[in-house]
Design a protein around this ligand. Structure first.
Ligand SMILES: Cc1ncc(COP(=O)(O)O)c(C=O)c1O
Length: 463
C-alpha cells in the first residue's frame, strides 16, 4: 500500500500546502460557506456545538444514508465519525426508521412512563453485569451530572476525582482539565497535574472539589487517594478515553481504581457514553472490573438525544420517590417514546456478532492507517480499541492525555481538511469509528482517501 509520490517533486512549504488545501476546500463547498455565513448572523459561530466547528467553516450536511453523508454542495463522504460515535448503525437503519415511524402519528412524549422505556432499561440491565437499575435523561452530560449527584448523596462527600484530559460533557464539575496545555505551568507537572478550569464561566472554586490525576499512572492516584481519599465521593473515568485520543486504560490501572475506591469508601464510575459500543456489555466486560455506576448516552438512543445512568441497586434506589428524602431527577423529555423506541431497535440490532464485526473493521482501519503512515515515512501513531481509531501526527507513542496533547494539531487540521476533499468525514482531531453500515470494502475505500490525502500533503507531513 505504498503512498504514491508523483514524479514531480513537490517543493511547496507547509504554509503553501495549507493555503492550497483551504483554497480547494472553499472551492468545493460554496453552498456550505454561504449557509455558514447565514448561520453566523443568528448563532455565534454559526452553530450550537463548539466541537463541530473547524476553520475555515464546517460543511453543512444535508442528508445521510447508511455509512455515507452528503453535504449541501452535493458531495458525498464516508461517515467515519457517526455523530461522534453515536450512530452505531449509520444513517436510516430500517429497523430504527420503522420503530420511530410506527410511533410518530400516535404521540411522542407524555408526562407518564411508557413500555419502551422499561424495555430499553431491561436491555441495559441484561447487558451490563454491574447495572441493576437505570434511569434515563437526554444527554451524556446529564447522565454524568446525575451519577455524580448519586455518588455524593450516597457517600455524603463532595470531592470527585477525574482523569486529566477526561471529557464527561459540559457540566461545570467535569469541565476541569479537559484539554489543559501541558506546557502551561498552571497545569502542574506530568505526575502531579493540577485542576485547570476547562472553560471560562465555571466557578473558580470548582477545582476545590474536583481533583485530577493522569490515566495509567497508578502511583499518582495512590498518592492522591492517600492524601484525600476519605473526602472522595467518586472516581470517574472513561475506560477507553475518547476525546483525549481513544486511549484504552491499562487493566492494572482500572483494578487499582477499584481497589482504592473500595478501600476509601468511594464509588467508582465508568463513563461509558462512548465506550459502551465496544463490547456487548460495555467495555467494562472486557476489563472485568465492576464499577458502582455507569453512564450511557450516544448509541442507546438510536440516533436521538439520550442519556442514561445505572448501577448498584443500593445507589440507584436513592432516586425512588417512595423512599425518604429521595434524590430529584427529572426532565421534560426523559424517556420519551421516540428515543426509547429508537434505542430499543438500535440495541436489538447491535448483536454480539455485529459488535465483533465492526470491532474487526476498526482493527482493519487501525492497521491500514499504521501501514500508510509507515509507508509514507510520516511520524505518527494510531490509537484505539474495537471500533475506535485515532491518528496522532508528530508523536511516536500515546499512552496518556499529555502524550496526545503533544501531537501536532496543525497537521491534524490539515489532514482533516484533506480527508474531506478526498471524501472521508472524520473529526477535526482525526478521531474515527466504524458502524454496522460498513464493510471491509468501505474501510479500504476510506484508507484510499487517507492515502491520497497523505500523498497530497506529504512535504508538510514529513517536513
Ligand atoms: C465520555 C463522554 N461522556 C459524556 C459526554 C457528554 O455527552 P453529551 O454530548 O450527550 O452530553 C461525552 C460526549 O461526547 C463523552 O464522550
Amino acid at each position: 500500500m505504498a503512498v504514491q509520490i508523483s514524479s514531480m517533486v513537490d517543493s511547496r512549504t507547509r504554509a503553501e500546502i495549507e493555503a492550497d488545501v483551504i483554497a480547494d476546500y472553499r472551492a468545493a463547498s460554496p453552498r456550505s460557506a454561504a449557509l455558514h455565513e447565514a448561520a453566523r448572523r443568528v448563532m455565534p459561530g454559526g452553530d450550537t456545538r463548539t466541537v463541530a466547528f473547524h476553520a475555515p467553516y464546517p460543511l453543512s450536511i444535508a442528508e445521510g444514508c447508511g455509512c455515507r453523508i452528503q453535504d449541501a454542495d452535493g458531495r458525498t463522504y464516508i461517515d467515519l465519525l457517526n455523530n461522534y460515535t453515536s450512530l452505531i448503525h449509520g444513517h436510516g437503519h430500517p429497523a430504527i426508521v420503522a420503530a420511530v415511524t410506527a410511533h410518530l402519528p400516535h404521540g411522542t412524549a407524555f408526562p407518564a412512563p411508557n413500555e419502551a422505556q422499561t424495555r430499553l432499561a431491561e436491555i441495559l440491565v441484561d447487558r451490563v453485569a454491574s447495572v441493576d437499575m437505570v434511569r434515563f435523561c437526554n444527554s451524556g452530560t446529564e447522565a454524568v451530572m446525575n451519577a455524580l449527584r448519586a455518588a455524593r448523596a450516597f457517600t455524603g462527600r463532595d470531592v470527585i476525582v477525574k482523569m486529566e484530559g477526561g471529557y464527561h460533557g459540559t457540566y461545570d464539575d467535569v469541565e476541569v482539565s479537559v484539554h489543559p496545555d501541558p506546557l502551561d505551568p498552571l497545569s502542574g507537572p506530568d505526575h502531579a497535574p493540577r485542576g485547570v478550569l476547562g472553560t471560562r464561566g465555571v466557578p473558580a472554586n470548582t477545582v476545590e472539589n474536583v481533583l485530577v490525576t493522569p490515566v495509567n499512572d497508578v502511583e499518582t492516584v495512590e498518592r492522591l487517594m492517600r492524601e484525600r481519599g476519605d473526602d472522595v465521593a467518586a472516581i470517574i473515568i472513561e475506560p477507553v478515553m475518547g476525546a483525549a485520543g481513544m486511549l484504552p486504560a491499562d487493566h492494572a490501572f482500572l483494578e487499582a481504581l477499584r481497589g482504592l475506591t473500595l478501600e476509601h469508601g468511594a464509588l467508582l464510575i465508568f463513563d461509558e457514553v462512548m465506550s459502551f459500543r465496544l463490547e456487548p456489555g460495555g467495555v467494562q466486560e472486557h476489563y472485568r472490573v465492576r464499577p458502582d455506576l455507569t453512564t450511557f448516552a450516544k448509541i442507546i438512543g438510536g440516533g436521538f438525544p439520550v442519556g442514561g445512568f445505572g448501577g448498584r441497586a443500593a445507589v440507584m434506589e436513592q432516586f425512588d420517590p417512595l423512599r425518604p428524602a429521595p434524590l430529584w431527577q427529572s426532565g421534560t423529555f426523559n424517556g420519551n417514546l421516540i428515543t426509547m423506541a429508537a434505542g430499543v431497535a438500535a440495541m436489538d440490532a447491535y448483536t454480539p456478532g455485529e459488535v465483533a464485526r465492526i470491532n474487526g473493521l476498526g482493527e482493519q482501519l487501525r492497521a491500514g492507517l499504521r501501514e500508510l503512515l509507515a509507508d509514507a515515512g510520516v511520524r505518527g501513531t494510531v490509537t484505539g480499541y474495537g471500533s475506535f481509531a485515532s491518528v496522532h501526527l508528530g508523536v511516536d507513542k500515546v499512552r496518556s492525555y499529555r502524550d496526545a496533547a503533544r501531537s501536532d494539531k496543525g497537521l491534524a487540521r490539515l489532514m482533516h481538511l484533506s480527508l474531506l476533499l478526498e471524501g472521508v468525514f472524520a473529526a477535526p482531531r482525526l478521531m474515527m469509528c466504524t458502524s454496522t453500515a460498513m464493510d471491509e470494502a468501505v474501510i479500504d475505500e476510506a484508507l484510499g482517501g487517507f492515502r491520497r490525502a497523505l500523498a497530497g500533503t506529504l512535504p508538510a507531513m514529513t517536513g
